[in-house]
Write a protein that binds this ligand. Structure first.
Ligand SMILES: [Zn+2]
Length: 252
């Protein structure tokens, strides 16, 4: 019998040995906010018309969504490839997945793309946006943009940040994840891609590549990360369990 990801989630949280933060929002509230924000982003940013890239994002996202179905029963899945040179991707509550063309350029296989999407959707499953937003409420939300600073960003990134902020809520995509959250997402992301039948070893190859890519294009998922050594150790520790899930998925 396949274990649900809930069991894995509990394991991930237990293994990472950190408590979860306060959550002031219901997941359905967050999903509703995310849906609004996501449609705004689609209007304000350019949706890619590259057929091969779009097909790849759809193919990999769909397989991951299918594998996650029972864990996110209310998700209204949507996958979009944005035309944007930055090497970035994100997922939002309610099953919204965005990949930027700048990231897709660095991806050499579906397995590698699955590593990225698995990581991003792991943040959603772990309700990290909820915790970050709740932490912002505690801190007082004002000045997030000022503190974050947009002047060194590309126009596209600035537009994304301002759109996210202007959409009324700090939904999470503009606030960096904590290191603890990154480690959790690395570990659970590996399980997610493996369970969808993607080779989890691709995660190591991909992060290695990202580490060597230019620092100016460092995406969200590396910017606050505890460094490649820690990430590699996390992935290697989780690899035997991920390989077991991968082989199980391949046997069908
Ligand atoms: Zn991340």
């Amino acid at each position: 019998m396949k274990r649900t990801l809930h069991a894995l989630l509990a394991l991930v949280i237990a293994l990472s040995g950190c408590t979860t933060g306060p959550k002031f929002f219901s997941e359905s509230q967050l999903a509703a906010m995310a849906a609004t924000q996501f449609s705004q982003l689609k209007e304000e940013m350019t949706v890619s018309t590259d057929p091969a890239g779009t097909a790849q994002v759809n193919r990999v996202s769909r397989r991951i969504a299918e594998a996650l179905g029972p864990d996110l029963p209310e998700a209204d899945w949507e996958y979009v490839l944005f035309e944007d040179p930055s090497a970035n991707a994100f997922a939002m509550p309610g099953g919204k997945i965005a990949v930027f063309t700048g990231l897709l350029k660095l991806v050499d296989s579906d397995d590698e793309l699955a590593a990225v999407i698995g990581h991003e959707i792991a943040h959603v499953l772990l309700q990290h946006a909820n915790q970050r937003m709740s932490a912002e409420v505690l801190r007082g939300v004002g000045g997030v943009v000022a503190a974050y600073g947009t002047k060194d960003m590309s126009d596209q990134n600035r537009a994304l940040v301002l759109a996210a902020y202007g959409a009324g809520t700090q939904l999470g995509i503009i606030l960096p994840y904590s290191r603890a959250h990154e480690i959790q997402a690395d570990r659970l992301g590996l399980m997610i891609s493996a369970r969808a039948g993607y080779d989890p070893r691709a995660a190591i190859r991909f992060w290695e590549k990202m580490e060597q890519s230019s620092p100016s294009s460092v995406p969200e998922f590396l910017s606050t990360h505890p460094g490649y050594g820690t990430r590699l150790r996390t992935l290697q520790e989780a690899m035997p369990e991920a390989m077991r899930l991968y082989e199980e998925a391949r046997r069908g």
